[in-house]
Design a protein around this ligand. Structure first.
Ligand SMILES: [Zn+2]
Ligand SMILES: [Zn+2]
Length: 163
């Protein structure tokens, strides 16, 4: 028995004896060629200020998700600098200098502002609820204590509590 496992190729879904690669040998070969081609195109796009991932994907025949994977796993090296995306939120074309993850800087700021507002408002709701509990509970406990401690007016006529 060999220690190799049988797996489905992530590209063509055929069964193959899995080694280091997630792709079967023919697909791994194709992938390697596409990677080389993609890498060269990226480097050549320097003079035009980069290339949009959609165009690169169409020209090389590699799915956008796979190119993104290479990029976000930092497997494109310095050539990754020339890869341009469309912002997931506003579709503006974004390069290395004006993006944060998959968003342009302004959308990224907007998103984090919104997230900040949500956190703040949740905190203020919790605070308001806590205060409401104090207002409702504490006086009633106090009243009970006062009622218990307060002598009956009828028995001690003339006694006033105005402290
Ligand atoms: Zn395959
Ligand atoms: Zn945007």
């Amino acid at each position: 028995m060999s220690n190799s496992t049988i797996a489905n190729c992530k590209r063509c879904n055929k069964l193959f004896k899995k080694t280091i690669s997630d792709s079967c040998p023919p697909c791994a070969e194709t992938e390697n060629q596409q990677y080389q081609q993609m890498f060269r195109m990226l480097q050549n796009s320097k003079s035009q200020g980069g290339i949009l991932i959609d165009d690169l994907s169409a020209k090389v025949g590699m799915p956008i998700e796979i190119i993104e994977e290479y990029y976000f796993e930092a497997k494109l090296g310095t050539a990754g600098l020339f890869l341009k995306f469309k912002c997931r939120s506003c579709s503006e074309v974004i390069g290395e200098e004006n993006r944060k993850g998959r968003y342009c800087l302004s959308c990224s700021n907007e998103l984090s502002d919104k997230a900040g507002v949500q956190v703040r408002s949740r905190q203020s709701i919790e605070k308001a609820e806590a205060e409401a509990k104090e207002i409702i509970q504490l006086p009633s406990d106090k009243q009970k204590q006062e009622q218990a401690a307060r002598p009956r007016p009828s028995r001690r006529a003339g006694f006033t509590r105005n402290r």
